[in-house]
Write a protein that binds this ligand. Structure first.
Ligand code: ZN
Length: 470
């Protein structure tokens, strides 16, 4: 199920390993020996793609109510390893059953009303090194009557196929392992397309060693493979993202991450609040009430068809000094439609803005943040993404939205993504505006922030992405 997507994101960087000798230290355990072999190897291991040589795949498909299971795992033919794998699968199964099984009624019968039906999906990838070391990655996710979970749990396990035993990750990694992975991923994801424009603004925190994202990995023939789940580092539309770090870089001294784009021009502390998907006659107006009360500015990325429907709300946004920008006509994914459809959409949206405000929108935010290198050449406006995602559309909870902002500490120069169509967002805004002002932040529009912080006049067709708004 997830395999195709995973593979398509898998970056294969074939690099010959430099001969690096390990001092003749005492190696007491198998894990330590394996580690020494891995780090001392002078040539690549022999698999990069997930291997089929880990054994046969066991498939379990049980369709039942309320719980169904679709599970795949390998059977290696090694008794100890296979029983450990079965235990891992059972753990996942039991945790799922505990979460979704209806509580038993006092008389011993199962209560079924109002209970969602759920399916557990478990898949795996196997990687084998030349030394017969097997790394297994398990991916599990659930689907309920409410839909597919946006999250996939990724778990990693390692085995010595020759010795028929499990190897613990903490025994396998070497000094500086997580630190090197942290520095490499930060440097890579903030410079390589398409990651650099999509990575969440707080990537330094997310990719810090303490955050644990480097605890789950696979040893492959060419390097250490890391997976990042949806919303861990990137918007959900990016799927699960994988990065293979060559062994050479995992051993080397940590590279210094690229310098941030430019030094702040202004010392004024600034934050730009942004509200997408409106205007909404109720909630946008509540947000505007707050902005008016505290004399604050924000940017609204409005949809053309709603601009036509609620012109008075748009006029009020404009009258309060807010930036009124475009979020397309009706929220199509610009990476998935033809150039003609994009141009027609832009024209229609432009007409809606001109009719209501007497001018074109001054900036654009693509629906879902999706804007390929090609699409951006079609946009006659600067393209503004964000650096803090409140995930308000998902939580619909004011406290959760507030927490997403306040937990970050320093917010200077950040652009905060919210949606002006939820009651919870309006409620959170009523708290956040005075809170941010008390912290000394000026609430400005995105264009103002770019000009003040970067000394730059926003350029048409340029994406101002996640790491721009730091
Ligand atoms: Zn949107």
């Amino acid at each position: 199920m997830k395999r195709k997507k995973l593979l398509s994101f898998l970056l294969i960087t074939a690099l010959l390993l430099s001969g690096c000798s390990v001092s003749a230290m005492e190696l007491s355990t198998t894990s330590e020996k394996k580690r020494a072999e891995l780090t001392a190897k002078g040539k690549p291991f022999w698999e990069t793609q997930p291997t089929k040589q880990a054994g046969e795949t066991v498939t379990v498909a049980e369709y039942d109510r309320p719980l169904s299971y679709v599970l795949q795992y390998p059977k290696t033919g090694k008794p100890a390893i296979d029983s450990r794998i079965e235990a891992i699968v059972n753990d996942v199964r039991n945790a799922f059953a505990q979460e979704y099984l209806p509580p038993a009624a006092p008389n011993g019968e199962t209560v079924r009303e109002n209970k969602t039906e759920a399916t557990l999906y478990l898949g795996y990838e196997a990687y084998l090194t030349e030394e017969k070391m097997l790394s297994l990655l398990f991916f599990d996710t659930t689907e309920t009557t409410e839909g597919m979970s946006p999250h996939t749990r990724i778990q990693a396990f390692h085995f010595d196929l020759e010795q028929d035993q499990e190897l613990l990750a903490e025994d396998l990694i070497w000094e500086g392992f997580a630190e090197n992975a942290s520095a490499y991923t930060r440097s890579y994801f903030t410079t390589a397309e398409p990651y650099c424009d999509r990575i969440f603004g707080n990537y330094n925190t997310l990719l810090a060693v303490e955050n644990g994202l480097f605890d789950r990995f696979a040893f492959t023939s060419e390097g250490v493979l890391f997976h990042f789940d949806r919303y861990e580092l990137f918007p959900g539309s990016m799927g699960i993202v994988s990065l293979l770090i060559p062994y050479e870089d995992m051993r080397a001294k940590a590279p210094i991450p690229e310098e941030e784009i430019s030094q702040p021009v202004s010392d004024r502390k600034m934050v730009a609040l942004t509200f997408d998907d409106g205007p909404n006659p109720i909630y946008t107006n509540q947000i505007l009430d707050t902005l008016e009360k505290y004399d604050a500015r924000a940017t609204f990325f409005d949809l053309g068809h709603l601009v036509e429907k609620y012109p008075d709300v748009v006029k009020r946004e404009d009258a309060l000094g807010c930036e009124v920008a475009s979020h397309s006509y009706d929220h199509k994914n610009f990476d998935k439609i033809s150039d003609e459809t994009i141009l027609a959409d832009l024209e229609k949206t432009d007409a809606a803005f001109r009719k209501v405000l007497g001018r074109s929108p001054n900036a654009f935010r693509p629906p879902y943040g999706n804007c390929s290198e090609h699409v951006k050449t079609l946009i006659p406006m600067p393209i503004y993404l964000w650096s803090v995602d409140t995930v308000d559309w998902k939580s619909r909870n004011a406290n959760a939205i507030i927490h997403e902002v306040t937990k970050l500490g320093d917010l200077d120069g950040r652009v905060i993504l919210m949606h002006g169509i939820y009651s919870a967002t309006a409620e959170a805004t009523a708290y956040l505006v005075p809170y941010l002002q008390e912290q000394g932040y000026e609430l400005v529009t995105v264009s103002e922030l770019i000009e003040a912080k970067h000394g730059e006049t926003p350029e048409n067709g340029k994406i101002y992405g996640y790491y721009y708004f730091q």
